[in-house]
Design a protein around this ligand. Structure first.
Ligand code: BGC
Length: 446
């Protein structure tokens, strides 16, 4: 497999997110986000860690982009921290925050790196959460104001935009399970949050398109290949329920198919939050759909799990190869996800906006020999190529992640980067996988 096999116009890149790398959580007029608040609560994050400093990308972005350039990476996906620009979420603008993103974008362009910007990667301004956050329908207006500001100010230099990062994860983990910010539980929070996120995903697209011509508009979804634990009918229907919930809830209304309540009845209460005309408002014709796919999940029936009546049989329970997130290494999953997504009519183009693996990378004599990550990436890229050769319109692959970073509730233990961060000294070291990717991008074997 060489880069050439993927064709000339294939977008190769790396992905990150503001909260996970920037640090500088209170600097230069930034307002707090729900994550800044959530990490303060005891017991929410492994070892009670936080991303107040993280990889300090806010202060070190120039050096990091120079490294990216030296690695020959042509596309950089990052997100904007909403509360750096609007400290209160709406209204007054923080010009120093705007200035940071201007410098970041300009430096990317100077280095011939195309910015791909995610507008929302989970760090809602805390001021908005205090007014209900995603459960308040007013979020549509707040979000419109924020998106339109970004497109007006950055759209002259940035063509590639993603509206949301994985709405199922931030509404599910943040408003139902309570394991991510803002830490709310209960379906009565999840349903309105999910519906408003689905509305914002389409509305964000409309705002981008109406503000400027020529934008490449997309949004991203977590997408996991799901299989039943056995051929028992109960396991098969449990797996189908989970698949409907996690893989279909947000993409189908966007495509005009509505919420998949027929296949998962417990999702029906979401319709209670629909207002007249919402079925149209949920739709938008994206230029591309970003898929973020990491693993396969095996689902078994469970009487004791309320509503879902299903449970995950983890990779370690099954004794199969896995990363240190306990995610099975199963490269075919990305192929199945691409094939299945491509069966929906009306999807213009697919892009793998995240794929990667976390291992505990040990530094030995100044080197990080992460052969397992290199093997993971190579095998997954091969499966992307397999789908492409079979006619799937997949136009890009972004590694998660460029540098090691703060992995949400898991803290700093999982390391996903092509570049190692020593959090004590902030020293950057390109890992073996990073060197391999660099050589791959040069079109030469390593
Ligand atoms: C998210 C990232 C996260 C990665 C690995 C994705 O769900 O978009 O923020 O770090 O997966 O868990």
């Amino acid at each position: 497999m060489t880069k050439r096999d993927f064709g000339e116009n294939f977008n190769w890149g790396v992905s990150t997110a503001a909260y996970q790398i920037e640090g500088a959580y209170m600097d230069d007029g930034k307002g707090l986000s729900i994550w800044d608040q959530f990490v303060r609560k005891k017991g929410k994050i492994l070892n009670n860690e936080n991303a107040n400093i993280s990889a300090d990308f806010y202060n070190r972005f120039e050096g990091d982009l120079a490294l990216m350039k030296a690695m020959g990476i042509p596309n950089f996906r990052f997100s904007i921290s909403w509360s750096r620009i609007f400290p209160e979420g709406t209204g007054k603008i923080n010009s120093r925050g705007v200035d940071f993103y201007n410098r970041l974008i300009d430096t990317c362009l100077e280095y011939n790196i195309q910015p791909w910007i995610t507008l929302y990667h989970w760090d809602l301004p805390l001021a908005l959460e205090k007014q209900g956050g995603w459960t308040n329908r007013a979020i549509i207006l707040w979000f419109e104001e924020y998106v339109s500001f970004c497109i007006r100010n950055f759209g002259d230099r940035v063509r590639n935009w993603m509206v949301l990062n994985e709405p199922m994860v931030f509404t599910g983990a943040g408003y139902f399970l309570g394991v991510h910010a803002p830490g709310r539980k209960r379906l009565s929070n999840f349903f309105p949050a999910a519906h408003h996120a689905a509305l914002c995903q389409a509305e964000g697209g409309r705002v981008i398109r109406s503000e400027r011509n020529g934008m490449n508009v997309g949004t991203t979804f977590s997408y996991t290949h799901i299989e039943p634990y056995s051929k028992r009918l109960k396991d098969i229907s449990s797996a189908a329920r989970i698949d409907t919930l996690v893989n279909r809830t947000f993409i189908e209304p966007l495509l005009g198919l509505g919420y998949p309540t027929k296949d998962f009845k417990s999702l029906s209460p979401i319709e209670k939050y629909m207002k007249e005309g919402d079925d149209k408002k949920l739709q938008f014709d994206m230029d591309f759909i970003g898929l973020q796919s990491y693993t396969r999940e095996i689902i078994k029936h469970s009487y004791i799990t309320p509503i879902l009546k299903a449970k995950l049989v983890t990779a370690s329970q099954r004794n199969v190869e896995h990363t240190n997130m306990n995610w099975e290494v199963y490269p075919e999953s990305i192929y199945h996800c691409l094939k299945r997504m491509s069966q929906y009519p009306n999807i213009a183009r697919l892009i793998i906006t995240e794929n990667g693996a976390s291992y505990s990378d040990l530094e030995v004599n100044g080197e990080i020999r992460d052969e397992t990550r290199k093997a993971y990436l190579e095998k997954h890229m091969n499966q992307v190529l397999r789908a492409k050769k079979e006619g799937v319109n997949v136009g890009g692959y972004f590694v998660w992640s460029f540098i090691d970073n703060f992995e949400w509730a898991e803290g700093y233990r999982p390391r996903f980067g092509l570049v190692h961060i020593d959090y004590l000294t902030q020293k950057r070291t390109i890992k073996y996988s990073g060197k391999w990717f660099k050589n791959f991008l040069k079109n030469s074997p390593y």
